[in-house]
Design a binder for this molecule. Sequence first.
Ligand code: HEC
Length: 225
Amino acid sequence: MPARTSLVRVAVGLSAVAFGTVGCRGIPSEKPPIHLQQNMDFQQRFDPQEPNPMFEDGRAMRLPPEGTVPVGWLMEDDHLWRGRGPDGRLVDALPPGIKLDRKLLDRGQERFNIYCAPCHDHLGTGRGMATRRGGGFAVQPKNLHEPRLAAMPLGYFYKVITDGQGTMLSYAAQIPVEDRWAIAAWVRTLQASQRASASDVPEEARNRPVPKALAATRAPEGGAS
Ligand code: HEC
């Protein structure tokens, strides 16, 4: 039936032209688009910092009730979670639940070498690989042996890992609480190692070669890089 076939062709052709001209006019509309599925897209709410006359202080953003303690910040765990004692000051000791032993220091060394050494190097002198690559740092990673930091309580290193400090970001998301203490203990160990004299080293260990990882972080001859 050729007649009908050509009729169909004409109809298809015409509707294509109609779509082309009407459907894609390319004229931006002032009207909001038709929003068929409303869900909860439009509802009354207060934006941040907006006033709310219902409250006496006129703020929509409410403060938590006085005495609110965030989950995990219970006062009895202040030492563990915040590195602070009952007087609110940073403590210079491990939390009671964490024992200072070889295992803790090994863990601390391992975690320090993973998370801190890229910037602070394996000894903590602040000349990690990241400082020598990719344009370096506007603010250099700190030398953890400088007198100000050597005098800091143990809790300070826990705090810096937890909260960050200056341009150094917090490592709280990557490093669990117990590991932060292990790293703090290792930082203390590194600090002690740099102030030790030959008599602090057991007789049989005095002539041991320097491990490769440490030898690589030594300052180049003739001063700092
Ligand atoms: C990406 C690089 C980088 C990494 C990784 C890093 N730091 Fe830092 N750190 C810095 C920089 C940069 C500073 C100096 C920040 C400033 O003074 O603004 C700093 C400063 C510090 C300070 C001195 C704070 C003070 O009072 O001046 C301590 C302590 C410290 N870092 C410990 C650590 C420990 C422990 C780790 C591992 C968990 C670590 N850092 C990982 C870059 C880094």
